[in-house]
Design a protein around this ligand. Structure first.
Ligand code: UT7
Length: 325
């Protein structure tokens, strides 16, 4: 039987566009208030990319930081998996542009589309490639210029999202598994019966346009808490653990109320949650690596900590991962 390797996160990077749009700013464009947005979502502000900033630019900045922190050069990478819903072009994969800009000429680079769950999906693909010996050093990116998909006249969606990118490097463990660090497991789900709860009303094969985000928010909300808590329980159980073992809960950052309800259901106290939705809003596939980077940079997440990641988004698609940092 093939010997399974362990994939360890060795570096993390983040990038947020300079331009910040506050709730107050949005209240001048649509019928809304800072009070409504904050009370219903926990969002205070979001970063918005300049017109000439593309998803690959955001991805590149986050990737360079992750590689530098890991001490990895272009010659070391043999896999780039980029999760995005807002690629630079319909094709080729935005990952190939990042690959070229990084100066990587070997290995494979491709995109993954699982909307807000994209980072968990990309992490799962790269983890499996390392486990099976197909990759030694992978770059996993979540990058979005999600605000490009917004209908700025629709107050029920335009206040919810932001732009950004986060990246991690994953490397095959070289020191055995003695200290048990690395991706312990990933768990993916989707159910296309809920396709119409959250979608974009455009696309190359339907309308030939890019389209805008449409969402039945309260319906998505109902699914979110149950599906997220179920998949975290599934992930912990697969490792013989319970929520009492969790040091840090790093959820997809869509809505503070969803995060709090999910954590409550799981019995995870609020002081173990990394929360960035207030500053970033929902950055889709970028939200988990951005939150992880925040927790690592400010010293909360330390080597050896047990970290649980979860996300849900369009599809519906959802999933969770357990990581020993
Ligand atoms: O990452 C992908 C996953 N997506 C999500 O997780 C999003 C899940 N859903 C949500 O986060 C919430 O459903 C929303 C934040 C989108 C909405 O919050 P809600 O508490 O479910 O509000 P609602 O949609 O039931 O709307 C309540 C009221 C409505 O007015 P009426 O019908 O009660 O008179 C809306 O028209 O709030 C109104 N409303 C707003 N008012 C001020 C909707 N958007 C706004 C707004 N400002 N921006």
């Amino acid at each position: 039987m093939t010997e399974l390797h362990r994939a360890v996160i060795t570096g993390i990077g983040a990038y947020l566009p300079e331009n910040i749009v506050t709730n107050e700013d949005l209240s001048k464009r649509v019928e809304t208030t800072d009070a409504w947005i904050y009370a219903r979502t926990g969002i205070r502000r979001r970063h918005v990319a300049r017109d000439d900033e593309m998803t690959s630019d955001l991805a590149l900045a986050a990737s360079r930081q992750a590689m530098s922190r890991a001490g990895l050069g272009a010659e070391d990478l043999d896999l780039i998996v980029l999760a995005t819903t807002t690629p630079d072009s319909t094709f080729p994969a935005t990952a190939t542009r990042v690959q070229a800009e990084l100066g990587v000429t070997q290995g494979a680079a491709f995109d993954i589309q699982a909307v807000c769950s994209g980072f968990i999906y990309a992490l799962s693909v790269a983890d499996n490639a390392i486990k099976l010996g197909q990759s030694r050093n992978a770059l996993v990116i979540g990058a979005e210029t999600f605000t490009r998909l917004l209908d700025w006249n629709d107050r029920s969606t335009c206040v919810l999202f932001g732009d950004g990118a986060g990246a991690v490097t994953l490397s095959r463990a070289t020191d055995g598994n003695a200290d048990d660090r690395g991706i312990l497991s990933t768990h993916l789900h989707s159910d296309g019966r809920f396709y119409n709860l959250l979608y974009v009303d455009g696309g190359p094969s339907s309308t030939g346009t890019t389209g805008h985000v449409r969402m039945l928010g309260p319906e998505v909300f109902k699914h979110a808490v149950n599906k997220l808590s179920d998949s975290v329980e599934e992930a912990l159980a697969a490792n013989g653990m319970t929520s009492a073992d969790v040091d840090w809960f790093v959820p997809h950052q869509a809505n503070k109320r969803i995060i709090d309800s999910t954590a409550k259901k799981l019995g995870i106290s609020t002081d173990r949650i990394i929360l960035t939705v207030d500053e970033h809003a929902n950055t889709s596939a970028a939200s988990i690596p951005l939150a992880l980077e925040t927790g690592v940079r400010d010293g909360r997440i330390k080597k050896g900590d047990l970290v649980v990641l979860e996300a849900i988004g369009g599809g519906l698609s959802w999933g969770a991962s357990v990581v020993r940092w």
